[in-house]
Write a new protein. Structure first.
Length: 628
């Protein structure tokens, strides 16, 4: 009689999780070794013998040092999935926000898993160079432009800003839009940056128009154009002729639009033109002195010894750029602090530049430096105020008018500055040549006259915005001024309804309540109107006022925001990162300029953007996928 066979028991699986039932009731299956074990004769003893075998022990050792592949997979649409995608987006933003290399991500992604082994997010992140570039160019950059387009759907007016700058062989043209949102206030956003073959008026006009058309931004909403004051953009001071961007844009749109040159450049040219009437070319002297010391260690060491003898603290000479008046003030300050050591240095130097020897031997040289230093303070203060990010054309117009008044008052008083006057009186006391002092007095008068005339001529196009001065809200708005604004807008084809009178009455009461508040007085024009619209819930109390603001705020106050884009280009497109393509640079700048968030704030932001998180997981972000 045959011996009864043993069957597989579920108790075996409970005792060993890797043991399961085999192909029939007489077999067991070891998932660790991937083999079947017959239990028909020995039953449980057969499994025990298998577990003790060298083959099973070797497989067990390998399994203990390995993880199941499922541990590396992220389940879709789980909290963990969201955090991984948000971390990858933020990693890309951090790279561009801090001007870091994309190549560093190849190391960084692997390193994070090693440094933070207890973090599932760090282990499951996979943002290396290729993926990060695709996320930047095909997810984040298009997202910023899509946001701007969506906002502009509900905005009746916007202005554009552009300018040209060379980066190596590339001639870059950023295009920015400016508009006003009643919930967020004045906004300036970058929508495009391209390299154009030239900077003719035809090329720039086509670039602006084609960009707006390609992005489906309605041209009929365009109300203003801002650029620097070159003939190519505006046709000169008188804005005549047909071969300029401003004229061609108006012809393309079949309507008149606002044209704003850069007032900061006007102030720079005002200061520079006025300085040119002085018999001492201060700018050239500054550059000459800097050049003499800039790369010569031996000369700097000798200058230090003269500083020690004069008991003056040595500091390196600073350069000055003729295209940036703001750089003149610190350069003048350095030279004035080192005046006596510099004078002794050049008078004792072997074969020094004759122009510098003659300069330091001239008794009036220091007075010219002190006078221009005093004037530079005035211009620098106004230029810095003009170049603020959120400033309106009305505020700019007011600042320039204030400068005109100050220059006129200084001219009438023959104001030299305290230090300059003291040196001047000292020369008089020592019986210095009176004829030469009269020449100096005449040059000072001519300096002020030149500055006042130049500023008046070039700022004339801004005087038409005087009708909007009540919108500064420094005082309670008067209806007579508002009527002038209404007439201006109606001439532009903008319909203002009669109930604006009731809105003005409400605004007058609102301003009256806040007029004595110090916090209110410190606010700029943008912040004041933003407060008013946020605190005014009833649409009938702000409808026409909002329309007026949206038109006025769409007019750029300056072109400095374009210059800020150029500064970002320089910081991102460095010699160490010279392999960046134009489209990559554009994507970097779109994110850097438009988001303007800290990395922590950006992480919070993207966690609330499900469509962005979803895009990170798809293959559609890659260029090769799009080319299919």
């Amino acid at each position: 009689m045959p011996k009864r066979k043993c069957n597989f028991s579920d108790a075996f699986t409970k005792e060993w999780s890797f043991i399961r039932k085999g192909r029939n009731q007489y077999e067991a299956y070891c998932s660790m070794c991937n083999m079947y074990i017959s239990v028909s004769h020995s039953g449980k003893a057969a499994i025990t013998d298998h577990i003790k075998s060298k083959n099973h022990q070797a497989k067990k050792s390998i399994a203990s040092t390995s993880q199941d592949i499922s541990s590396f997979m992220v389940k879709q649409n789980t909290p963990e999935d969201v955090l991984v995608c948000a971390a990858e987006l933020t990693t890309v933003y951090k790279i561009i926000n801090h001007h870091q290399s994309f190549n560093s991500l190849d190391c960084g992604t692997k390193l994070n898993g090693i440094l933070y082994p207890d973090s599932k997010i760090a282990l499951k992140q996979s943002t290396a160079r290729t993926k990060a570039t695709s996320i930047l160019k095909n997810i984040l950059a298009p997202h910023t432009v899509a946001q701007i387009k969506e906002e502009l759907k509900n905005i009746p007016f916007f202005g554009i800003l552009t300018d040209a700058s060379n980066h190596g062989s590339e001639k870059l043209f950023p295009l920015l839009v400016q508009y006003f949102s009643q919930s967020e206030g004045l906004k300036v956003k970058l929508i495009k940056i391209s390299s154009l073959e030239n900077e003719t008026s035809e090329t720039i006009t086509n670039y602006c128009v084609n960009t707006l058309n390609n992005l489906v931004i309605p041209l009929e909403k365009l109300t203003a154009f801002s650029a620097d004051n070159t003939n190519t953009n505006f046709g000169g001071r008188e804005r005549r002729g047909t071969n300029n961007v401003y004229y061609k844009l108006q012809k393309e749109l079949s309507k008149n639009i606002e044209g704003v040159g850069c007032p900061a450049h006007i102030l720079h040219n005002t200061a520079s033109s006025a300085a040119d009437v002085l018999s001492v070319d201060v700018e050239s002297v500054v550059l000459k002195i800097y050049k003499y010391f800039s790369i010569y260690t031996v000369r700097n060491e000798r200058l230090k010894s003269f500083c020690d003898e004069a008991d003056v603290t040595y500091s390196s000479i600073q350069s000055h750029s003729r295209t940036r008046w703001l750089s003149l003030l610190p350069a003048l300050e350095k030279i004035l602090k080192l005046w006596e050591p510099l004078k002794q240095f050049f008078l004792n130097e072997t074969k020094p530049p004759k122009v510098l020897v003659d300069f330091f031997n001239h008794p009036l040289s220091e007075i010219y430096f002190l006078f221009l230093h005093c004037q530079s303070f005035l211009f620098e203060k106004q230029i810095k105020r003009l170049e603020k990010h959120f400033i309106t054309i009305t505020e700019v117009n007011g600042l320039i008018q204030d400068l005109q008044v100050t220059l006129l008052q200084r001219s009438e008083a023959m104001f030299l500055g305290i230090q300059t006057k003291r040196q001047y009186n000292l020369l008089k006391k020592n019986d210095y040549n009176l004829e030469k002092l009269k020449v100096f007095d005449g040059e000072i008068k001519e300096y002020y006259k030149t500055a006042i005339d130049y500023l008046k001529q070039w700022s004339e196009p801004l005087s038409k915005y005087d009708v909007f001065s009540w919108m500064l809200l420094h005082d309670i708005p008067q209806w007579e001024m508002v009527e002038k604004s209404i007439s201006y807008l109606q001439d532009k084809g903008i319909n203002i309804e009669d109930n604006i009178f009731d809105e003005i009455l409400y605004l007058q009461n609102y301003v009256k309540e806040h007029a004595n508040n110090d916090t209110w007085k410190e606010k700029n024009m943008n912040d004041k109107w933003l407060c008013f619209f946020k605190e005014t819930d009833i649409t009938e109390r702000k409808k026409n006022l909002l329309l007026t603001c949206q038109y006025l705020f769409s007019i750029p106050g300056h072109n400095a925001n374009v210059e800020r884009v150029f500064s970002l280009v320089v910081s991102q497109w460095t010699k160490e990162r010279n392999r960046l393509c134009i489209d990559t640079v554009e994507s970097i700048l779109l994110c850097k300029y438009n988001f303007n968030l800290s990395c922590a704030d950006f992480y919070t932001y993207v966690k609330g953007q499900p469509h962005l998180l979803q895009q990170v997981k798809t293959s559609e972000k890659y260029d090769w996928f799009k080319k299919k």
